[in-house]
Design a protein around this ligand. Structure first.
Ligand code: MG
Length: 310
């Protein structure tokens, strides 16, 4: 059983109540507390030593990453983060200074995005450091963007560049909060999420939730320099385009809009965010699954790569 099968099994019969507009299965839960103009966003995420960072990772960057991952999920709903709780599990022997620096990183990114840290919990965990964060946010009522709204004919967009994040970006990425809010204010986004597990696997979540398929153009993929460099320097590494499709931890935005809005979007984006690339990588089609087109034809894409199709 893989992670997604496990999640599907665990979330099949979760308790719910009248506040829940969207529960498990999107980037954040969306809750209605009866606040006239706003809905509440709720998210939790954890980073674990040996998986998301190592003992060699500068501790400030560990703290930064722990909160930035949650912030990216608030961005994925076009929301604004407000307050966080931090749970820290530490091995019995730990250096106070090291933990202080984790908090320095956490606090800095919290301040950068206007997030209050309002409490938490410290506990012990043999051997490995674990940081779990619960984050609250808000979104203007009716402006939340789920994964389930993609429509046949939509253009598919990604921000930034993809692949090779483990070379460094996974510790330093900027959650795309202002970009997502700007997009939702100026365009009718049909579906939106952030890229955490790799484009090929993550896009499939939008397709499943929206009951549609997608065609992606290989030549349109914005391949990160880090992925190109790794492929060039190590002949046994993934080809760069495959890395852009399947590497995780990009923390860029993936979204769809009606194709009639695509040109205006690219035009206005360039003026608003000249430093950040925006790429139209394909379109939503009827059916299911992802076809990758290149000069050799079409390939069926899954979370691990692609096989020749026609
Ligand atoms: Mg997400």
């Amino acid at each position: 059983m893989n992670e997604f099968e496990l999640i599907a099994r665990l979330t099949k019969t979760l308790p719910t109540n009248e506040t829940v507009l969207a529960g498990a299965g999107d980037d954040c839960a969306v809750l209605d507390f009866g606040v006239p103009e706003k809905l509440i966003l709720f998210k939790t995420d954890a980073v674990v030593e040996g998986i998301h960072f190592t003992r060699e990772t500068p501790p400030k960057k560990i703290g930064r990453k722990a909160l930035a991952r949650c912030l990216s999920d608030i961005a994925a709903m076009a929301g604004t983060p407000t307050a966080a709780l931090v749970t820290l599990a530490l091995p019995e022997k730990f250096e106070v200074e090291f933990v202080g620096k984790i908090y320095d990183g956490l606090n800095a990114v919290a301040e950068q995005f206007g997030v209050a840290i309002v409490g938490g919990e410290t506990t012990t965990n043999p051997e490995r450091i674990l940081i779990s964060i619960a984050l609250l946010g808000t979104v203007p009522r009716g402006k939340q963007v789920l994964r389930s709204g993609a429509k046949v004919g939509d253009a598919i967009f990604v921000t930034g560049e993809l692949g090779g994040s483990l070379a460094g970006k996974h510790l330093d990425f900027e959650p795309r909060l202002k970009e997502a809010r700007w997009l939702a204010e100026h365009f009718h986004l049909h579906a939106l999420m952030d890229l955490s597990d790799g484009l090929a696997g993550d896009l499939q979540h939008i397709l499943n939730a929206s009951k549609v398929g997608a065609v992606i153009l290989k030549s349109a993929l914005p391949v990160a320099h880090a992925a190109k460099l790794r492929a060039k320097e190590n002949s046994s590494a993934k080809p760069a385009a495959l890395a852009a499709l399947t590497d995780g931890e990009d923390f860029e935005l993936l979204f769809t809009v009606a194709s009639k809005d695509a040109v205006k979007l690219l035009d206005t984006w360039k003026k608003k965010f000249p430093q950040l690339k925006l790429s139209c990588i394909g379109k939503i089609v009827a059916g299911d699954g992802i076809l990758l087109r290149d000069k050799n034809g079409s390939h069926k894409l899954n979370a691990h790569g692609y096989v020749h199709f026609s």
